[in-house]
Design a protein around this ligand. Structure first.
Ligand code: BEZ
Ligand code: FE
Length: 298
């Protein structure tokens, strides 16, 4: 490329960057300047054709058209590009042995049913029963009594209750830790499911030879006063999808042993499961301080 061409391209970038110089909000100024530089670098690096630019605009337009209050194609796009997970990573800085965070996903709902300790979140959702237990502590090892734990998951067919198309509430609930920070409940053994892939994001995955499947997981949202809110999942050790999760949500520390139990093995709480096999997992949750004075992992 000629020196004159290089100068033209570089001068254009600098003019656009400078157009944000007078932005009153310093953070908006920083974000827009940096976005401009990265976007122009991308266009120049791949030598984007005008046809490709039109295709990109058509893709985003279609993403807008399929987005409504139930379907958010832009979040899905952010998810499959790893941008959601990178934002989670940047905003949940490593702190001692605090449990790692992962993506929130689109299937959390407010107002989940209260589940007593030892209760069942399945609410009629199909799936193999799974006993989940553990503790919530802070990074000094102190039990956190009264922590609120929201849990939600897909059923055996890979659907969340909000995808059933009726008003059923299933496979979700919230519970509160006991005086020792302990919790226990019945859920269903997580199974893999695809993210919604009947829109432009699904076509992008297909065109790039990527699978829409998520590794099997159970979602957690844990809150307690003075401690950092944790949004995470636990994953099933041995799941074939751990290395190819479509939204890059898997962290090694979140992969847990879901021990398979035969029907004749007595359950931890003596519940009669009617001759069905079940599984059992332990998840000990460690919450970072909400406002640490200094980083714990310099
Ligand atoms: C989920 O785990 O529920 C999820 C996360 C990202 C995109 C779609 C679904
Ligand atoms: Fe999920």
């Amino acid at each position: 490329m000629s020196t004159e061409q290089q100068h033209r391209e570089a001068r254009l970038t600098e003019r656009v960057v400078a157009s944000f110089d007078a932005t009153p909000d310093p953070r908006l100024r920083e974000v827009m300047r940096s976005l401009t530089r990265h976007l122009h670098d991308f266009v120049r690096e791949v030598r984007l054709t005008e046809r490709e630019w039109q295709q990109a605009i058509a893709f985003l337009t279609e993403a807008g058209h399929v987005t409504d209050e139930r379907r958010q194609e832009f979040i899905l796009l952010s998810d499959v590009l790893g941008a959601s997970m990178q934002t989670v990573t940047v905003n949940n800085e490593a702190y001692g042995d605090a449990t790692e965070a992962t993506v929130f996903g689109p299937f959390f709902t407010d107002g989940s049913p209260a589940i007593p300790l030892g209760g069942d979140i399945a609410g009629g959702a199909a799936g193999e029963p799974c006993w989940v237990s553990g503790t919530v502590t802070d990074t000094a090892g102190n039990p956190v009594a009264g922590a609120r734990i929201e849990v939600w998951e897909a059923d055996d067919d890979g659907f969340y209750d909000v995808q059933y198309g009726d008003d059923r509430v299933a496979a979700r609930g919230h519970l509160v830790t006991d005086a020792a920070g302990g919790f226990r409940f019945w859920a269903i053994t997580p199974t893999p499911y695809p993210i919604p892939h009947d829109g432009p994001v699904g076509r992008l995955l297909a065109a790039t030879g990527r699978s829409p499947m998520r590794a099997s997981h159970l979602h957690f949202l844990v809150t307690a006063p003075g401690l950092r809110t944790l949004v995470t999942h636990i994953f099933v050790r041995g799941d074939a999808l751990l290395d190819s999760d479509s939204v890059f949500g898997v962290r090694d520390s979140l992969v847990k042993d879901f021990a398979r139990r035969p029907p004749d093995r007595p359950t931890p709480d003596g519940r009669d499961l009617g001759g069905r096999p079940w599984s059992q997992v332990r998840f000990d949750i460690v919450l970072a301080p909400a406002n640490p004075a200094a980083p714990a992992n310099p």
